[in-house]
Design a protein around this ligand. Structure first.
Ligand code: SF4
Ligand code: SF4
Length: 336
């Protein structure tokens, strides 16, 4: 079973103090980060996706083979049933592309303590051949949809996510509205904005108002909330920054915008992140950086005692500046 570990950081193990590091920045503000009560289990079901977006922190794509198996799903469900975790957040890749997506979501609905199931949907998957069942299935099981929509104009969306993605996303949103998503309170539909370049998201409330106005006016689309998320300087987005000579500039931007108030809302405080093989991490970003929990050996969800989660140290690194810059950033958008 899990034992708490000493505080962990992934900054270089140098004797010299790095005054620009995330850990040092926390210390100078008299702050530390520890896990609180675990309310959300975020399952990354794998790296398979029908898109290859440039900001993707997962390096997902149509050729990736890593996806969760039925045996791992059953193992996770067994563990989850012993907890009082009320929200399960499904991500990927395109989580709906795993063969057992319907089985997983049906099984989650049978767990009495699970109130909210979230599907992080790229929208275009709803229009792919073979996925005609998906929208009705999501509605039938009252699954909350959190959908990527980096802009309300086609140029920006297609540039970031690929040709034709904007039109496909609009069609999917209209279909979801027809099913009651974004209108019926039982069927929440939230959108996710992320910047189309090396800058921080604008004010979330103002942007939400712009999205609501423009999507209603041009496409008669309704949705509930907009989450403005900062692009994390890891994986494909980090390579993109490097290739454009903007990595250092972006890291400086994130560091200079450090907001102590945002540390209260970072998602590693209340979310446990699990990979497609059942590995455990503090968050989906740490997952992409292979910062799996260890205790003399790598830890999987079934090694963890749910009662021992609260108060555990969090593995931090300079990518964490992405969660604490400006208004902060989490899977539910701004936090401060
Ligand atoms: S950002 Fe989302 S939709 Fe785009 S490639 Fe990555 S997982 Fe797929
Ligand atoms: S990247 Fe964000 S969520 Fe992950 S450990 Fe760092 S601060 Fe927490």
């Amino acid at each position: 079973m899990f034992q708490p570990l000493a505080s962990t950081a992934i900054s270089s193990p140098s004797l010299k103090v790095d005054h620009t590091s995330f850990i040092h920045t926390l210390q100078t503000h008299g702050l530390s980060l520890r896990r609180g009560q675990t309310e959300v289990l975020q399952l990354n079901l794998g790296k398979l996706c029908n898109l290859t977006c440039i900001h993707c922190h997962v390096n997902a794509g149509p050729k990736r083979k890593e996806i969760i198996t039925r045996a791992t799903i059953d193992h996770i469900l067994e563990w989850l049933a012993t907890t009082d975790i009320h929200t399960v957040d499904l991500t990927g890749g395109a989580p709906e592309m795993i063969p057992d997506f319907a089985y997983l979501t049906r099984s989650l609905r049978e767990l009495p303590q699970v109130e909210t199931i979230i599907d992080r949907c790229n929208l275009t998957i709803l229009n792919e051949p073979g996925y005609e069942w998906l929208a009705n299935h999501l509605a039938a099981y009252n699954i909350t949809i959190v959908a990527s929509m980096p802009c309300y104009s086609s140029e920006n969306v297609n540039e970031q996510r690929g040709d034709g993605v904007f039109d496909s996303s609009i069609r999917a949103l209209q279909h979801l509205n027809q099913l009651g998503y974004g209108i019926n309170p039982e069927l929440p539909l939230d959108l996710v904005y992320n910047p189309n370049g090396a800058f921080l998201p604008p004010d979330q409330a103002e942007l939400e108002a712009d999205y609501k106005r423009e999507l209603k006016k041009h496409f008669d689309i309704d949705f509930n909330h907009l989450f403005a998320i900062t692009n994390m300087p890891i994986a494909r987005y980090k390579s993109w920054l490097k290739n454009n000579g903007q990595l250092e500039e972006y890291m400086t931007l994130l560091r200079d915008a450090f907001n102590p108030a945002a540390t209260k809302g970072v998602m590693c405080r209340n979310t446990l992140s699990v990979g497609w093989q059942g590995e455990v991490y503090d968050c989906d970003f740490n997952q992409q950086l292979n910062l799996q929990w260890k205790n003399s050996k790598p830890l999987f969800l079934w090694d963890i005692d749910p009662a021992a989660l609260e108060g555990r140290d969090i593995t931090l690194g300079d990518h964490c500046f992405g969660c604490t810059a400006g208004s902060g950033s989490s899977c539910q958008g701004a936090v401060a």
